[in-house]
Structure formats: C-alpha cells, structure tokens
Design a protein. Sequence first.
Length: 94
Amino acid sequence: MRILHIADVHLGRKGRQEHILEQLRKVVEICREEAVDLLLIAGDLFDQGAVSESQKSLLREVLRPLKEGGVEVLSLIHISEPTRPLYISYAVFC
C-alpha cells in the first residue's frame, strides 16, 4: 500500500486560500502520478473549527480526481483540536 501523508493544510486561512488550493492540486497530481492508495491528512485540514459549505465544496472539487481514481482520503483531527467536531473529516469526503 502506498500512502502519502500531509498535514497542516489550514484550508480557509484568510489571504492564503488560492495558494492552499494550488498546493492541494499538486498533492492530487502526485497521488495520481505515484499510484498512491491513501492520502492521509494528519491534522489542521481546515483553519477554523467552523467549516463553511463553500470550503467543503472547494475541497470536494479539488479531491474529486482522487475519488474517481480509487484513492482513499483519510483526514484526522489533531490532538490539540479537541473542540472541533469529529464528523467534519468524514462529512467532507461523502
């Protein structure tokens, strides 16, 4: 199994959104080029605990090629983020 690990994405950070999305697109490209089976996002996927529907939609759009290519995506909540709802990681990829 081939795993690609990233962390501290902070999607939704003011003034950084386009740069972050560009970097996520590069991650998707690497996953496809390297035949990755699992993309593991370990903590701080979003910059804020309250995630807007537009942020979720952007993330789904960027990660769609992975889903279509059979790459699993797993996002973990960082241990320092105990107040963030645990369902966010799952709900984003449904």
